[in-house]
Design a protein around this ligand. Structure first.
Ligand code: ZN
Length: 144
């Protein structure tokens, strides 16, 4: 059974009965009306401080959810269209390559990011591939 998660408010959905006939990309979040939900193959429980960043197949940021600003100091508009690894100065980009190449999730990666203020911050990063035809990936950042 596919699972869906809202990149903005992190609301999980396992039941999309009401949405049959719509593609996942056009399904709005029931909680916050964010424009789309992200499909996961297995359920996932983000931490309260986790922030999601959604990227296209070229790893450019499409959207940043709640929690990302608190974690990074960047707002949506600062990040959208930029390569996520550059924008956040990810200390290791190999998980992104694995996710893109193999279409598998990479969980619990202990990385550093650089905040807008220039501070190094330790995070646990979970990377998820997108399963729709557009490709892309979801990055979950949790402070540690
Ligand atoms: Zn939502």
């Amino acid at each position: 059974m596919p699972f869906y998660i809202c990149p903005n408010c992190k609301q999980r959905s396992v039941d999309l009965d009401g949405y049959e006939g719509f593609s996942t990309q056009s399904v709005q979040c029931r909680s916050c009306a964010f424009g789309f939900l992200f499909q996961l193959l297995e359920d996932y429980y983000p931490a309260p401080q986790t922030g999601f960043v959604v990227c296209d197949r070229e790893t450019r940021v499409l959207a940043a959810g709640r929690g990302v600003f608190e974690l990074t100091g960047y707002r949506d508009a600062d990040l959208i269209g930029r390569k996520v690894a550059d924008a956040l100065a990810l200390s290791d980009t190999s998980p992104i390559e694995v996710v893109r190449e193999w279409g598998v999730r990479k969980m619990g990666q202990e990385l550093e990011i650089r905040t807008r203020a220039g501070l190094e911050k330790l995070v646990t990063a979970d990377f998820f591939p997108a399963y729709d035809e557009d490709g892309g990936l979801l990055l979950a950042l949790t402070p540690r």
